[in-house]
Design a binder for this molecule. Structure first.
Ligand code: 5GP
Length: 211
């Protein structure tokens, strides 16, 4: 029997190239009850990306409107572009008892934590080495050399925020890292404070036991 619980906000952050996108995809595919938050961004679409699936691609004027109308739960500037989390889909999922997965940076994570500390579970993914990170950025080959260089230097800055996260996963091998992230989510789902239906459940147990 499943006990009712509050949905949680599961945040994955990492320097780009640490494998966070793959881990997010695997989580969505393999963990029922978890919904991806699709961010709005002003950055140009990359080859292979789909509007509405990977991001909502918007122009700066529309983004500003979303900020002004308080339509975003958090937002930040990353690599000269704006990124933000649309509020409505997140609130709808959480109130339907679903968990929401966020692929956002440390600035967005800080904002979510300020707004909903008890519901946020944050995981920082570390690459096993700088060489590995650079290799992944090159293999992805979607960005120019200049962008890759700026991402490498930004990675150093992003790394400095690791200690703000609840969990740290080092991505030596994607299967192992995925198993670790999955374990975190499974355990967090079982936390007593989130399981709002427990009091009723235990009361019923006690009644059955004749107390
Ligand atoms: P990319 O342009 O490579 O897709 O993403 C660049 C960075 O922006 C990543 O670190 C990603 O986690 C972050 N990001 C994506 N969407 C959001 C968002 O809605 N809010 C915040 N704060 N960061 C985001």
């Amino acid at each position: 029997m499943s006990v009712e619980r509050r949905g949680l906000m599961f945040v994955l952050s990492s320097p780009s190239g640490a494998g966070k996108t793959t881990l997010s995809r695997l989580l969505i595919e393999q963990m029922p009850g978890l919904k991806m938050s699709v961010s709005a961004t002003t950055r140009p679409m990359r080859p292979g990306e789909v509007n509405g699936r990977d991001y909502l691609f918007v122009d700066p004027a529309r983004f500003k409107e979303m900020v002004d109308r308080n339509e975003l739960l958090e937002w930040a500037t990353v690599f000269d572009n704006s990124y933000g989390t649309p509020r409505d889909p997140v609130e709808a999922a959480l109130s339907a008892g679903q968990d929401v997965l966020f692929d956002i940076d440390w600035q967005g994570t800080q904002q979510l934590r300020e707004k909903a500390r008890a519901d946020v579970v944050s995981v920082f993914i570390l690459p096993p080495s700088a060489a590995d990170l650079e290799k992944r950025l090159h293999t992805r080959a979607q960005d120019s050399d200049a962008i890759i260089r700026s991402r490498m230097s930004r990675a150093t800055h992003e790394l400095s925020h690791w200690a703000e996260y609840d969990y740290i996963v080092i991505n030596h091998a994607v299967d192992d890292a995925f198993a670790e992230v999955q374990s975190i989510l499974k355990a967090e789902r079982l936390k007593r404070e989130r399981r709002t239906g427990l009091t009723t459940f235990v009361r019923e147990l006690q009644r059955q036991l004749g107390n």
